[in-house]
Ligand binder design. Sequence first.
Ligand SMILES: [Zn+2]
Length: 413
Amino acid sequence: MDVRDDRDAHGRRTLAKGLALLALAAVWVAAGALLWRTEVPGLPLPDLDPRDYFSGAELGRIEDYRGVSRLVFLASLAVEIIVLALLVWKAGPLAGRLERVGRGRVRTAVLVGLAVVLAVWLAGLPFGAITLVRRRDYGLSEQGWGGWLRDQAVSLGVEAVLVSIAVAGAVWLAGRFGRRWWLAGAPALVGIAALFLLAQPLLVQPLFNRFEPLRDRELAGEIEKLAAGMGVEVDDVLVADASRRTTTANAYVAGIGPTRRVVLYDTLLDGRFTDGEVLSVSAHELAHVERRHLWKGLAWFALLAVPGVFLLAWVTDRRGGLGPRLVPLGLAFAFAYVLVTQPFQNAVSRRYEAEADWLALQATGDPESAIALEQGFVTTSLADPDPPAWTTLWLGTHPPPLKRIAMAESQSD
Ligand SMILES: [Zn+2]
């Protein structure tokens, strides 16, 4: 074979690869820029003083609770990282032992994956127990140990199912397509995420809560009127029996397409919140529906999953390809990838939450209720109204309460 021809062909392939990568990057940036946009105008938000909205006693209690909670969070994260590192280190012997039970590459890989899930779950259990004790001490929960343990077991089960599907799929694809398996793996992962989003309200959430239609027909009528005004079609406003594990109040939207629903915690309806406040939070949730935030979240998942699965394939390929022995490394990589991209994911989430707040203010025209609602959320869940920057960066899925109050204040006269 002519050496020069071969070099030309190689050069052409590299050029084609480079161009394809460039095109992909351009598509990524364009899609990201479209998804990043919201309807929130650039408001000059006032810098508020938490003492104007909360008493000294409330702020002291919040600081007591949150200060230790942050330490518990950091400690549990550190322990999880150590456990994952140990599993990556001891992956060879672990896979060797499970091979005898698994008898087969994919089945052994799933067993290794389940061992990792179980180990990380066990490592997190003491921190969960500390959190429950503290939540009960501070009146945030009345849950007993039996109910708590059951919740932990159900969470473990759900995670085990999801990790089994992901590991089996990835290892099977890697065996079949070699280092290019990510080309099929990334779309498959996005497909699973879409199915999960669709099925979650029907399959997963009923494992934790019971749901029934909002019994207060007058309030339900008001919410329906609000939805109609916002141009949102919503069949179901449901109430979840959240009070079985928490005294904190909340609401959320779940599901896509036919499974879409707005859910209110029963703790929101126990008399601590006014109808105006319940309408405020309902408008916020309806705004998530109207702006298709769940779909956009899925699109962001795809934008992050493609480079993530590519990197995972690259990392494991350099060590001989994804098989049972590299499952701990693969899961540790996935954990690290989520952790590293978390500030970005949170920044996106905060934008969508701010947009939902903004549209809710426009729909209700009632900033006073929005402010009172936020105050109620802070005092009943002991949320930090003005948290340190690093917690907002890594944990802040919503704008800090004081920022949300500032937006409502900008609309009040
Ligand atoms: Zn929200």
